[in-house]
Design a protein around this ligand. Structure first.
Ligand SMILES: Nc1ncnc2c1ncn2[C@@H]1O[C@H](COP(=O)(O)OP(=O)(O)OP(=O)(O)O)[C@@H](O)[C@H]1O
Ligand SMILES: [Mg+2]
Length: 268
């Protein structure tokens, strides 16, 4: 069972405190959205989890292995697939199929395992017909999917997306969410986002503000509260703002996040 445990984690870049006493535990498969304004510490936190930044204060374990144990870093990295915002910096081969095969080759897959994993990853990300394309000829959204293909080729038990899908169009985003839904059955998925509607797809939402976790719970409970989201610099959905105004006027609205929910409310 995949597992992440962070206890009392603090971090600073030089004298600038960026995380203060963050504790979080994810036990078993779950799709968790990290939501927070610019600079609230989300990327720093996941970089600590992946060992990309040195952990100095507090403790983090990944599948029972401590990030403070230098000997475990290689094994921890193997468990975590990290998808970054800037795909261009992540590719290692010019040709798509070679790039996706790079991870499996490095981790000692045999030829058949490697080829199976490459085909599976390309097909899951909808890129099978792009197999022999030069990556530099792919569009921004296709590059984002290509990066994801490279990451899932290793079947990591934990997937972290740090605002990785800024360039996907509406349809692409829907497909991606379906793909993520398919993975959430047996993995931990952490998705960093500013987008309330994407966070609604998650099992759990963790809100970051000023280097702390300020809320942690079911998406609807957290995303309904337009006033609080605005207060910490997150843009709530327009329907949730309208519902909040209606509540100010004494109307009982219940939880409203999406357009459909607002329509139902207005019809009633
Ligand atoms: N290498 C660095 N050196 C100094 N300060 C940094 C460095 N990286 C990040 N910071 C600062 O740390 C704070 C938290 O940054 P972080 O990238 O974790 O935020 P974030 O929540 O991911 O924000 P965003 O939503 O904009 O990606 C910011 O104020 C940022 O300026
Ligand atoms: Mg960030």
């Amino acid at each position: 069972m995949p597992q992440i445990k962070a206890e009392d984690v603090s971090f600073s870049y030089g004298t600038k405190d960026v995380l203060s006493s963050v504790s979080l535990s994810i036990d078993g498969p779950s799709f968790v959205a990290f939501l927070g304004a610019n600079g609230s510490g989300k990327s720093t936190f996941v970089r600590l989890i992946d060992g990309l930044l040195p952990l100095k204060r507090g403790e983090i374990t990944v599948n029972g292995m401590s990030l403070k144990d230098g000997k475990k870093l290689y094994d921890i990295r193997k468990e975590i697939g990290f998808v970054f915002q800037d795909p261009d910096s992540q590719f290692v081969s010019p040709l798509l199929a070679d790039d996706v095969a790079f991870g499996p080759e490095n981790y000692g897959f045999d030829e058949k395992e490697r080829d199976d994993s490459v085909s599976r990853s390309l097909s899951l990300t909808g890129l099978e017909t792009y197999k022999n394309r030069l990556i530099e000829t792919l569009s921004g959204g296709e590059k984002e999917r290509a990066q994801l293909a490279g990451v899932i080729a290793l079947s990591p038990s934990i997937l972290i997306f740090d605002e990785a899908f800024a360039m996907l169009d509406g349809d692409g985003e829907e497909k991606l969410m379906t793909l993520i839904s398919h993975f959430r059955e047996n993995r931990i998925i952490i998705m960093i986002t500013h987008d309330v509607l994407s966070a609604l797809w998650a099992d759990r939402v963790v809100l970051f503000s000023g280097g702390r976790i300020v809320k942690d719970g079911k998406p609807r409970e957290i995303l309904c509260d337009a006033d609080y989201l605005m207060q910490i610099g997150i843009k709530p959905t327009l329907p949730s703002v309208i519902a909040s105004k209606m509540r100010d006027m004494g109307v009982e609205t219940g939880c409203v996040v999406t357009r459909d929910e607002l329509e139902v409310l207005l019809w009633n």
